[in-house]
Write a protein of this length. Structure first.
Ligand code: NI
Length: 187
């Protein structure tokens, strides 16, 4: 997920930045496969996804955004400069419980750069997942973390935040992204 206010950019050393796919792209529309075997290659992928996310800068990134259609996401919603980073790797994440109370947040996405829209989601969610070491975890998220984890889990199901917007606004944003991709292709 991209933030409206750009905060910090932290690139951990010895990691690789991966190219981020820009909408529209068929790989961003796929339902991703569960991770059956968490090996060193996937751990390395998760580390590189974190590096890519920090560098963007963003607060969340899902594997399909770097062209890997597996159920892996990374996030760190600590956005204040000087605060201790809280990098998280979530493998096969699943929303177990959602609050009735909702929260509205102006979302953005690293695959849809510089476009933002208000999205309403449950204010609190409980998520089950495997951590970077493959241990099962359960965690409650609220505030920006809740918004971000739901946004990223959507990616694993081929869903983008613009799918929550009206069709006119969605098409307008899609046209802008097509133009951006043409410009980038031209160099
Ligand atoms: Ni996104």
């Amino acid at each position: 997920m991209e933030l409206t206010e750009r905060g910090r950019s932290r690139t951990p050393q010895f990691m690789t930045n991966l190219p981020i796919l820009i909408h529209p792209d068929p790989r961003l529309k796929k339902v991703c496969d569960p991770v059956a075997d968490l090996d060193d290659d996937l751990r390395k992928l998760a580390d590189n996804m974190l590096a890519t996310m920090y560098d963007a800068p963003g607060i969340g990134l899902a594997a399909p955004q770097v062209g890997v259609t597996k159920r892996i996401l990374v996030m760190d919603c600590v956005k204040e400069e000087g605060e201790t980073p809280k990098p998280m790797v979530l493998i096969n994440p699943e929303v177990l419980q959602s609050s009735d109370e909702t929260n509205e947040y102006e979302e953005g996405c690293l695959s849809i750069p510089d476009q933002f829209g208000m999205v309403t989601r449950p204010a609190e969610v409980r998520v089950g997942y495997l951590d970077r070491d493959g241990n099962p975890q359960e965690r409650d998220f609220d505030g920006l973390w809740a918004t971000c984890v739901q946004h990223e889990i959507d990616h694993l199901n081929g869903k983008l935040f613009i799918d929550y917007l009206g069709s006119v606004r969605r098409q307008m944003i899609t046209q802008k992204m097509k133009k951006l991709k043409r410009e980038r292709a031209r160099g």
